[in-house]
Design a protein around this ligand. Structure first.
Ligand code: NAP
Ligand code: MG
Length: 516
């Protein structure tokens, strides 16, 4: 299975030599700070008058600036990608795969540098940044394996006709990515497009344009012709609709919030003048992920899993746990253990560059939103740990546990995207499952239980795209835990799989009569 594929291994930063390399990368980053990212359309670098800042969320320091695409440049980028498609679609699979293998090599050579920019711009710690890079290497290497299988097409029954059914590329795609995986997810979406023979216009998140740009610069060196991928930073509110609505766009690959994803899905359904096809949308959206702790659970292990899922990277993973649904008979023991875990994490909080376990939240906007939800939660339940936040130096929110939450409370249903976990006590396992399934999301979930019957029941009834038992609900690994959510968490196109790539291709059925 998946012959030739092996998951990438994270850098071990406890090895002094690796720490030295990372410190050297930060030095390089420091020397480069203050520069402006251009748009890149057809290989041409375009610096616009309108710019926006990229801030380090640990310190509020301005790291640099990004050009911001206009409506005309958006149109220009799509037309350029459309032109590039005419040749890229005919480029051999062998050459496409070679480019991707080269890309993986280049990324590996530049990983400390990319990790350092990611740490500075997103506030991740070193291991988290490198974990993201590993996932990206896994995406590339897995797609290189899958595409060769997919190239065989779908087997057809042979008669007096010669029959085949083959995958072909679609055309121009738009990719729109979030700030929380500024390298890995930005890259994954455009790589999936390119390896399947498509061209694309790629919009990074406005909080993290530099990390995406640094990746893009490396990707430009892997042999992919100019115009196949195009870098188009700009505010989603300015250019998002233009990208989605454009009649030359065949598909949109989006990762981000439910609100924006639903908007894209709806707009993409409209056939605009000059458009001869229906657009496809792949959307990976938010979550309100739950971990159930039943009466038979190893409570300490469960507390560790919940703390790690809820508080690392400050709860800013789509897969993060934001609800702990716990049986009343183990509730007190569980909450006490969770508080201990949160204390240890809080004691190890600091700037991304300092490589503490937890760091800042991404921006002032995120900070304000999380603070607002903490205050809502204070009214709905009892803050038993944390509940404190400060934006004096950077945007720091302490790990926060809010106990005594009921299923109808807002913090039991709305995505906060911060280090806040709602503890919901329940009287039965059925009630726990019912509450776990009640939100409009369905991304990840986990159950801590030593009761076989409960495990079997949850396997069938816990309705999420990624379900785990006796482990945390974050840290999906490519091809070990294919990732993607149900309901309003997304269109459930599991990243890193062969199925994922088929979203960006048509199947062409070809039949030739062999008789005279
Ligand atoms: P977001 O606000 O939805 O932004 C995502 C992207 O959409 C950004 O590039 C944004 O641009 C752009 N955008 C904004 N308005 C748009 C519009 N009208 N049309 C098209 N694009 C538009 O999400 P975020 O705050 O960056 O990321 C956090 C969210 O992503 C969370 O909900 C999280 O759960 C989700 N997420 C999901 C997954 C998954 O795999 N399911 C993975 C990671 C994150 P600007 O940056 O310029 O606003
Ligand atoms: Mg946002």
């Amino acid at each position: 299975m998946y012959k030739g594929f092996v998951n990438a291994v994270e850098v071990d930063f406890s090895i002094p030599e690796n720490r030295e390399k990372m410190l050297a990368a930060f030095k390089q980053v420091d020397e480069e700070k203050g520069f402006t990212c251009p748009l890149i359309i057809g290989g041409e670098r375009i610096y616009t008058e309108k710019k926006f800042e990229s801030l380090n969320p640990s310190t509020k320091e301005v790291l640099g600036y990004s050009s911001s695409a206009s409506a005309e440049q958006c149109d220009q980028a799509i037309r350029t990608a459309h032109e590039a498609f005419q040749t890229w679609k005919k480029t051999s699979l062998d050459e496409r795969v070679r480019c991707m293998r080269k890309l993986a090599t280049l990324l590996d050579e530049n990983r400390f540098y990319l990790d350092a920019w990611n740490v500075e711009e997103s506030g991740k710690n070193w291991g988290e940044a490198d974990g993201e890079l590993c996932e990206l290497l896994d995406f590339i290497n897995s797609y290189c394996v899958h595409i060769q299988e997919l190239d065989k097409g779908i087997p057809c029954i042979q008669t007096s006709e010669y029959n085949k059914c083959v995958y072909i590329p679609m055309g121009v795609g738009a990719t729109v990515s979030p700030w929380n995986f500024p390298v890995g997810l930005f890259a994954n979406m455009l790589i999936a497009a390119a390896i399947t023979g498509n061209t694309s216009v790629n919009k990074p998140a406005s909080n993290t344009p530099i990390s995406a740009f640094k990746f893009f610069e490396i990707m430009e060196k892997c042999g992919i012709p100019a115009g196949v991928i195009n870098f188009l930073p700009g505010a989603g509110s300015d250019i998002g609709d233009l990208l989605v609505d454009h009649p030359l766009i065949r598909f949109i690959n989006f990762t981000g919030s439910k609100e924006v994803g639903c908007r894209i899905y709806e707009r993409a359904a409209k056939v605009n003048p000059g458009q001869k096809w229906l657009k496809r949308v792949v959307a990976e959206m938010g979550g309100k992920n739950a971990i159930i702790i039943d009466s038979s659970a190893n409570v300490k292990k469960a507390a560790q899993g919940v703390a790690s899922s809820a508080f690392t990277f400050q709860g800013q993973k789509c897969s993060a746990c934001s609800r702990a649904i716990v049986m009343r008979d183990v509730h007190d023991e569980f909450v006490a253990a969770l508080i201990e875990e949160a204390k240890a994490l809080k004691a190890n909080q600091g700037a991304g560059r300092d490589d503490k376990t937890i760091g800042p939240v991404s921006s002032k906007e995120a900070f304000d939103k999380i603070a607002k939800y903490i205050e809502i939660g204070r009214g709905e339940g009892e803050v038993v740990f944390g509940g404190t936040y400060s934006d004096e130096v950077g945007y720091f929110v302490d790990p926060t546990i809010i106990d005594g939450i009921s299923r109808t409370d807002r913090i039991a249903n709305e995505e906060i995207f911060g280090p806040v976990v709602a503890v919901i006590p329940v009287d039965s396992f059925d009630e726990a499952l019912d509450i776990a399934n009640q939100t409009e999301y369905g991304l990840t979930g986990s159950v801590y239980s030593e009761t076989r019957e409960n495990v079997i029941k949850a396997k069938a009834e816990f309705n999420v795209g990624n379900l785990y038992f006796n482990r945390k609900c974050t840290a999906a690994v490519v091809l070990q835990h294919p990732f993607g959510g149900f309901n309003l968490s997304g269109t459930d196109h599991k990243t890193g799989t062969p199925n994922y790539l088929t979203n960006f291709m048509y199947l062409k059925s070809i039949s030739e009569d062999l008789t005279k």
